[in-house]
Design a protein around this ligand. Sequence first.
Ligand code: SF4
Ligand code: F3S
Length: 324
Amino acid sequence: MPNRETFAQHLTRQGISRRSFLKFCALTASSLALPAGAAKVIAQTLETTPRPRVVWLSGQECTGCSESLLRSFEPTIESLILSDISLDYHNTLMAPSGTAAERSREEAIAGGGHVLVMDGAIPIGTSEAWSIIGGRSTLDVLQESAANAGLIIAIGNCAAFGGIPGAAPNPTNAHGVDVDLPSIQGVVQLGELSTAAPIVNLPGCPPVPEVISGTIVHFLTIGLPELDNLKRPMVFYGRTVHDSCSRLSAFNSGFFADSFDDEAARQGACLLNLGCKGPVTFNACATTKWNGGTSFPMHSGHGCLGCSEPNFWDAKDSFYTRLF
Ligand code: SF4
Ligand code: F3S
């Protein structure tokens, strides 16, 4: 196999300036809360490390996770990741189709060590046929692609925990990727994935784009990030969204909204009475925010639905029931 070009070489060929590349490294270091000097280490590593092969499989999903990345701005880290790392195989975005597309996947996984991204839940057992890739069940293609991967990332709540496809009554017997998670009520894991690769869960509906790209870059430059007991990177999922919410001072002073459009809500009152699940939801949205750092749900006036937690669709009563 010919030598793969480095990430930096590829960016140069795409016409992306060194200035943008260094800005990307600095942004990544800052979003990963790394110490001073880390941006330089990231830049040096990406300049000398061959581009990773990324195979992105889509199971039972709404394409929201891919859309989340596609809606990023300019040459941000998200678009760089999509355009310059992930093109080996992506069900939705790649140009080839049919056998040519499947050949791309086979070539990408041939040498092993690739990053395997799974997006969407996987139906198993007698329901396997509900999700098909190239005439084979998603489970079959996932198992083949995972066998010699270097890293497996389950993107979105569906791939991590079953998500909406796995919500009660789970008519297609849909499940998340991981085999080693502690048993979570109502979540059954596949139990059939044979791989030595670490599995990282990036749940969300969809996940924050910077969380996806930041995790990949962390793995490439520094190694596997520290994970919590649900295999989520601590750097992004180590705090609740409540901890960094723009309405936290209202919560602390007992200033609560009783309706989404009342005067209190407009003045920044806490949305706990309206069902916000922020106090029990671990994610980076309140710090990283969405749409180029513009906003996040509570900032825009809606409570958190708990989309980065297991069983978020089933587990917490109604989305609009007060948590405690
Ligand atoms: Fe916490 Fe939600 Fe209130 Fe924000 S709106 S302070 S996350 S309970
Ligand atoms: Fe999801 Fe709650 Fe953030 S619903 S997008 S984890 S604020």
